[in-house]
Design a protein around this ligand. Sequence first.
Ligand SMILES: Cc1cc2nc3c(=O)[nH]c(=O)nc-3n(C[C@H](O)[C@H](O)[C@H](O)COP(=O)(O)OP(=O)(O)OC[C@H]3O[C@@H](n4cnc5c(N)ncnc54)[C@H](O)[C@@H]3O)c2cc1C
Length: 423
Amino acid sequence: MTGQPTNWAGNITFAAARLHRPASVAELQAVVAASDRVRPLGTGHSFNRIADTSGDLVSVAGLPSTVEIDHGRSQVTVAAGLRYGEFVARLHEAGFALHNLGSLPHISVAGAVATATHGSGLTNGNLATAVAALELVTADGELRTLTRDDDDFPGAVVGLGALGVVTRLTLDLVPTFEVSQYVHDNLPWHRIASDQEELLGAGYSVSLFTDWTGPRVNQVWVKRRTDVGGEPPQPRWLDATLADGPRHPVPGMSAVHCTEQLGVPGPWHARLPHFRLEFTPSSGEELQSEYFVDRRHLVEALAALEEIGDRIAAVLQISEIRTVAADELWLSPAYRRDSVALHFTWIADTGAVLPVLDAIEQRLAPYDARPHWGKLFGVPPEVLRERYDRYADFVALARRYDPTGKLRNDLLDTYFPDPRELR
Ligand SMILES: Cc1cc2nc3c(=O)[nH]c(=O)nc-3n(C[C@H](O)[C@H](O)[C@H](O)COP(=O)(O)OP(=O)(O)OC[C@H]3O[C@@H](n4cnc5c(N)ncnc54)[C@H](O)[C@@H]3O)c2cc1C
C-alpha cells in the first residue's frame, strides 16, 4: 500500500496493513477466509474509527456493479459498494423510488445501511429500513443470504460491519414521485414548541438548520411531494420568510453545491439529498456528530442544548434537526422510537470539538440520546448499552457470525465487549 488511506474528512488515518479491492465475490471470500483481522470499508464517510482495522481493509467497490430491478416485487438488488448517486436515476426511469435518502448521494449503500444513515420525514424510516435481504461473506469466508424471514435479520442489517462483508442488498421500492424543495429563512425559535406538528409535517421531508447564535432557526428546508397537493407556500409562514434565492445550509457557502430549490419540481433522487453528486457535499472541511432522542422530548432536549448554545456555536458550522420514524432494527438509533436527530457539523478541530461533545452528551443524557454510529461521540459503553434493548443480543449475534473476532476493531471491542464480560 502506498500511503495510508484516510476517511473522507481526513481526521482518521486507517491503521490497516493492507487495502483490498476484490473484483469478484470468490476473491473476496478468499481474502476474508485468509485474514485474521479484517474490516469492510465503504466510501469512508464516517468520522470515527468504525471502519478501521490493523489488518485487512476490504472495499467492495470493485465487485460487479449489479442493479437488478424486480418490477413484480418492487425491489432492487444492488451491489453493496455502489454509491446511491450511481443508480438512483435508473430506478426513477424504471418508475420507482427509494423512500428516503441521506443528505448526500456520495455514500455506499452498504456503509449507509450498516450505520443506519437517515434522511428526514415523520413517517420515513432510515435507509436501512428499505433492506429486504442482504448477502454477506462471513468470517469463515462463506457466502450467506439473510431475508426478513430470518431471525437474525433485524440484528444483522445495521451490522456495523461486525457480521461480515456485505456484497449485495435488496431494497424495497415505492412508485416514483416528484418533489419541490422550498427554503424558509429565519423561523423564530419559539415556533418549534408552539407549532411543532405543522413545522415538522410541512413536507415529506423537513430539515431545520440553526447555528445556535440567536433565538431563530436560520433555515427550514421543506421537501414536498408534488402528488400530495396543498397550497403553494406563502411568502410568510410561521413568521419565517420564503427564501428569495437558493441557499446552502452552512452560512456563507455557495448554493451551487445544493440540490435545486425555489419550488422547481424534480425527481425524488434530485431533491431528497441536500447536496449534488458532482460537488463536495456539506462544507468539506468538517467533523460531524448526531444524537437521536424520542420525538416527544424535542422541545426539552433543545432547551437543554440552548443552555450551552454559545459553546456549541463557537465550534460549529451548522446544526440540523430532522425526524426519523421508529423501526425494528436492533442497533438503529431509531429502534422503537419515533425520533428527532440533532446533528452538528463542526469545524475541523477535534481538540476543540470533544469538550463540547461531552457537554452535549451530558445535557442529552436525561433523554437517553443514541449517537449516530458513523459520527463522533464519546458516550461511555456502559451508558450506551443501556440505551439499546437488544445490545446483548447483538453482541451474541456478532460472536456467532465471527467466533474468532477477526471482524472486530478497537471501537467494537470498546462498545461491544465479549458477552462473558457483560455478565
Ligand atoms: C458530508 C457528509 C454528510 C453526511 N450526511 C448524512 C446524513 O444525511 N444522514 C446520516 O445518517 N449520515 C450522514 N453522514 C454519515 C454517513 O452516512 C455514514 O457515516 C455512512 O456510514 C457512510 O457510508 P460509507 O459508505 O462511507 O461507510 P464507511 O464510513 O466506509 O463505513 C461505515 C461502516 O459501514 C461498514 N461497512 C461499509 N461497507 C460495508 C460492507 N460492504 N459490508 C459490511 N459493512 C460495511 C464499515 O465497516 C463501517 O463499520 C454523512 C457523512 C458525511 C461525510
